[in-house]
Design a binder for this molecule. Structure first.
Ligand code: FAD
Length: 443
């Protein structure tokens, strides 16, 4: 079958690789001059900077095989060492919020969660309601603060579907030994996080058969080298890539690009912005009113390798700090120049906030947080880079679900051979799993 994919970011790349495995004929139309989208990162001071902390995860053997096919020998395992901080309390090996240290609230949190067990599952409209219904009132309130910090917007403004972007469906509420026992019960199992000290691949035995490490990354060149290798791989395997062009108009089985090319297809994959697809095919702009794009300030410091702490990345859920995640991205990506490397601080914020308008004024505070997080130590580095990303993750606002469901129906009525990718899937793992699952039915 002949497929045309619109957009050559990670979604477009992974779709093309999967389609090749099904022996499909593939063309990608990419509006930029190269594949990769966000994964291309940026070049600065001799480094290939990643936009945030991006590491491949070996949880699905099919996906890992696709990624390893692209990377060939340019791959290395990453021994990930992480921690989380909740209200200035450290939890080694947990990145999710940890409420187990809230001594005065422990009994209340435990009783409230227990009481939910006997209740039927309650519908939730907002993320705030979802967290309350899932973890109880006291834990729910604390988790809403953590969600607000991570997502840069109050959970009562977000649809409950924002749980997909939150990355903490399970949290630490009890001490580890208690949690391990409670997890025998499915109710607790789906709510409680525990760290397995014995084997990071314990729950991924299928994936471990092919590749024994839990996480991996390009050996050289940062994530941008993945995009470059994907380009070479796809072309070598017969994928046609059209650069610096976009769709102008679409009919049932053909499209015309802005540069005047006409392409025929049996299936069209839209991996770019869904709002643009709605506009192009349905001549309306509804979904955009229900999506909030999280702005982030990214601050990179060039640091001495000898001053780095032990962590690959740390999540800070505390509400009195700016950084949500700090990572030693330059180090785990092997980018070391004369004993120096870079670290990356991800700061969710909102457009027009003080830190968004003048991030340079916050360098001292951010560096102090880096030191407090034990990501690095020493004096404020002289060499740094500040990047403002106005749109990172797409978050669903209240009312999103029915509008999105209607959009799916309208698009499929208009064009039954259209395949588009859920905009709420943002982690590389979620994106790959979703596309693989859906294409299995389509090929
Ligand atoms: C600061 C930041 C931090 C992040 N942190 C993480 C993280 O820690 N972990 C994680 O898993 N994910 C993270 N993400 C998200 C991750 O990078 C993205 O989810 C993923 O790379 C998105 O891939 P994509 O293909 O959807 O979009 P993009 O990377 O945006 O690619 C879209 C591509 O389509 C092209 N395009 C757009 N419109 C058109 C059009 N009309 N026609 C043709 N081409 C078009 C663009 O040029 C681009 O190449 C982060 C993102 C950012 C920005």
């Amino acid at each position: 079958m002949k497929w045309v994919i619109i957009g050559g970011g990670f979604k477009g790349i992974i779709t093309a690789v999967i389609l090749l495995k099904y022996n499909q004929q593939v063309t990608i139309i990419e509006s930029g001059a190269a594949l990769g989208g966000h994964l291309k990162g940026i070049k600065w001071n001799g480094y290939n900077l990643d936009l945030g902390c991006q590491i491949f995860d070996n949880s699905n053997s099919d996906i890992t095989r696709f990624l390893l096919d692209i990377l060939g020998s340019n791959v290395k395992p990453v021994d990930v060492f992480y921690a989380g901080i909740t209200n200035n309390y450290w939890s080694k090996n947990y990145t999710v919020p940890d409420l187990s240290h809230e001594e005065s609230l422990k009994a209340q949190i435990r009783d409230e969660i227990k009481s939910l067990k006997s209740l039927p599952l309650q519908e939730s409209e907002t993320l705030e309601e979802y967290l309350h219904h899932r973890f109880g009132k006291t834990a729910g309130e604390l988790l809403c603060k953590a969600a607000d910090k991570k997502l840069g917007i109050a959970p009562n403004l977000l649809s409950s579907q924002a749980r997909d972007v939150l990355f903490f469906d399970r949290v630490k509420v009890f001490d580890e030994d208690i949690s391990i026992n409670l997890k025998e019960d499915p109710f607790y199992d789906e709510r409680l996080a525990v760290f397995d000290h014995s084997d990071p691949m314990k729950y991924y035995s299928e994936a471990a058969k092919d590749y024994k490490y839990r996480n991996f990354y390009p050996k050289a060149g940062g994530m941008s080298s993945f995009s470059e290798q994907a380009e070479v791989f796809l072309i070598k395997n017969g994928v046609e890539i059209i650069y610096s062009d976009e769709v102008d108009s679409v009919l049932d089985n053909s499209l015309v690009t802005k540069k005047g090319l006409t392409l025929s297809f049996e299936r069209l994959v839209w991996s770019a912005d869904v709002a643009a697809l709605e506009n192009k095919l349905l001549a309306r702009d509804v979904i955009d009113d229900y999506v909030y794009s999280l702005p982030m300030v990214l601050i990179y410091f060039e640091v001495q390798v000898k001053n780095l702490g032990p962590y690959t990345y740390i999540h800070d859920h505390s509400t009195d700090t700016y950084i949500f995640r700090a990572s030693t991205a330059g180090f785990y990506s092997g980018q070391i120049v004369s004993g120096k490397t870079y670290i990356c601080c991800e700061i969710p914020t909102s457009l027009g906030s003080a830190i968004w308008d003048n991030p340079e004024l916050y360098l001292e505070s951010i560096w102090q947080e880096v030191c407090d997080l034990n990501v690095c130590s020493g004096e404020l580095p002289e060499t740094f880079k500040v990047l403002k990303a106005p749109k990172t993750f797409s978050l669903p606002l209240i009312g999103y679900s029915p509008v999105y469901e209607q959009l799916k129906i309208d698009l499929s009525n208009k064009m039954p051979n259209l395949f588009f990718i859920d905009p709420l899937k943002t982690s590389l793992t979620d994106i790959s799993d979703t596309i693989l699952k859906e294409l299995k039915y389509d090929c």
